[in-house]
Design a protein. Structure first.
Length: 120
């Protein structure tokens, strides 16, 4: 039954990723992949909050594995970083790689600590 919760979370996370990526990218006239950067940061924040809230395994399957797993995208991040480098935007590629890791880690910590503070 856990697989169904993962699938339900993913059914929300994947379209949310696509729509958010398109909306964010449409607002920026830039080669930098702001849409992917934003969904990955948001997914890290949500996953940190889910983990920090010490939810049940079913809730974690739905929100952590399903929703966040489909919302965030390591493969697109990697491809977009490679594409930046191949097109001569090496500094932007490096900024995307380093920034994504730093912001992702910070978002996970912020989400976890916020959930712990709110839930006592």
């Amino acid at each position: 039954m856990t697989w169904l919760l993962v699938a339900l979370g993913a059914a929300v996370g994947a379209p949310l990723r696509y729509l958010t990526d398109r909306a964010v990218q449409a607002r920026h006239d830039s080669v930098f992949p702001w849409g992917t950067f934003a969904v990955n940061a948001a997914g890290c924040l949500v996953l940190g909050a889910v983990a920090g809230a010490s939810v049940s395994s079913q809730t974690y399957a739905l929100l952590g594995t399903g929703l966040c797993g489909a919302l965030t995208t390591y493969s697109t991040f990697s491809y977009e970083t490679l594409r930046l480098a191949e097109r001569g935007w090496g500094l932007l590629a490096a900024a995307n790689a380093v920034g994504s890791v730093v912001v992702g880690l910070a978002a996970v910590v912020l989400g976890a600590e916020s959930a712990r503070a709110l839930l006592g």
